[in-house]
Design a protein around this ligand. Structure first.
Ligand code: NAD
Ligand code: LMR
Length: 336
């Protein structure tokens, strides 16, 4: 029996993500949680779909969070406010830090062994917040906590294939490491598969487009939010992929499939191979390709040989990422 909880299920990401989860034959129970009454309508709507996943929905009243989380194997968190044009992801910290803190406290209490997928921004800080809460409750397992940076990898594939006039975007795999905001997003074109044939200038332009891909959507939506549909796809892809998606993911890895590699933003110490990356980059939180297994993050892959340009990107990313991590850690430590 696999139970998945979506926290923030009535939102722009939460709704399509819940739809994708409802379509998964590997999910037996889908628990939706949100703070707005519109959730009830979303749940009734989804419940008419004739698929295996049994649906239930919960508002904060009557121990709703506890009911949603109890027995959950996976908790996906897209709860929180999105950006408007002119805002950075860090501007969301003020509101989203507290939301994530509350939800993480619930996870620590009611399903401490669940795999936790954090979508809420700023991911660079919200993942450390979840880790600190889990530590506070004595239940932190770094192998089970993931900041979802999949959208950066998806954008890298899409934008690269567009430049190559390639009709199948999944053909290009470009590792993206670092964090999930502007300059902290580091695409590694030197390690693209197949090798990309682009000038240095073209790679620089493409790097900037990937780093600010989120802003592209925020601007296009003109104040009504940020990426929702591509993010729902990315979040679902991380958890599960069936016959209509190319790669297998966490659900499959938990079921014993081997060799499944996905990038995500993790607490490196405590994940085999993570210490080496942490020493190299000088930060304990970083997005790297992770080999997934039944216990979650089975192995953090090394960064490999970086080009001078990529080393420069890493240097530029480091101070911002360090600051973002410290902000999340301090948000919780100040309270104890
Ligand atoms: P949205 O406003 O459409 O939806 C957010 C939902 O969260 C709402 O339904 C709201 O009621 C709910 N919510 C608020 N407080 C809550 C709480 N305490 N408990 C449960 N639910 C709560 O926003 P969205 O477009 O779905 O974006 C959600 C978050 O995801 C934002 O922070 C956004 O920046 C982030 N995001 C991350 C990525 C990524 O790549 N990691 C991509 C896109 C968006
Ligand atoms: C994204 O990358 O699309 C998200 O982080 C949302 C945002 O604010 O850009």
């Amino acid at each position: 029996m696999v139970k998945v909880a979506v926290l923030g299920a009535a939102g722009g990401i939460g709704q399509p993500l819940s739809l994708l989860c409802k379509m998964s034959p590997l999910i037996d129970e889908l628990a939706l949680y949100d703070v707005v009454p519109a959730l009830t309508g979303v749940a009734v709507d989804l419940s008419h779909i004739a698929t295996k996943a049994q649906l239930n929905s919960h508002l904060p009243t009557d121990d709703g969070l506890k009911k949603a989380l109890t027995g959950s194997d996976f908790v996906i968190i897209p709860a929180g406010v999105p950006r408007k044009p002119g805002m950075t992801r860090d501007d969301l910290f003020k509101i989203n830090a507290g939301i994530v803190e509350t939800l993480a406290t619930g996870i620590a209490q009611f399903c401490p062994k669940a795999f936790i997928l954090v979508i809420s921004n700023p991911v660079n800080s919200t993942v450390p917040i979840v880790a600190e809460i889990m530590k506070k409750h004595g239940v932190f397992d770094p192998r089970r906590l993931f900041g979802v940076t999949t959208l950066d990898v998806i954008r890298a594939s899409t934008f690269t294939s567009q430049l190559h006039e390639c009709t199948n975007p999944t053909q290009y795999t470009v590792p993206v490491v670092g964090g999930h905001s502007g300059l902290t997003i580091i695409p590694l074109f030197s390690q693209a598969e197949p090798a990309v044939k682009l000038s240095h200038e073209a790679i620089k332009k493409l790097t900037i487009r990937i780093q600010f891909g989120g802003d592209e959507v925020v601007e296009a939506k003109g104040g009504s939010g940020s990426a929702t549909l591509s993010m729902a796809y990315a979040g679902f892809k991380y958890v599960y992929s069936g016959s209509f998606l190319r790669q297998a993911n966490l659900l499959h890895a938990v079921h014993g499939e081997k060799g499944i590699i996905e990038s995500s933003y993790v607490h490196l110490s405590g994940i085999p191979g993570g210490e080496n990356v942490s020493k190299l980059v000088g930060i304990d939180y970083f997005s790297v390709p992770i080999e997934l297994g039944p216990d979650g993050a089975h192995k953090a892959h090394p960064l490999g040989e970086l080009s001078d340009y990529e080393l420069n990107l890493l240097e530029k990313a480091r101070p911002e990422l360090k600051g973002n991590v410290a902000k999340g850690v301090e948000f919780i430590s100040q309270k104890s």
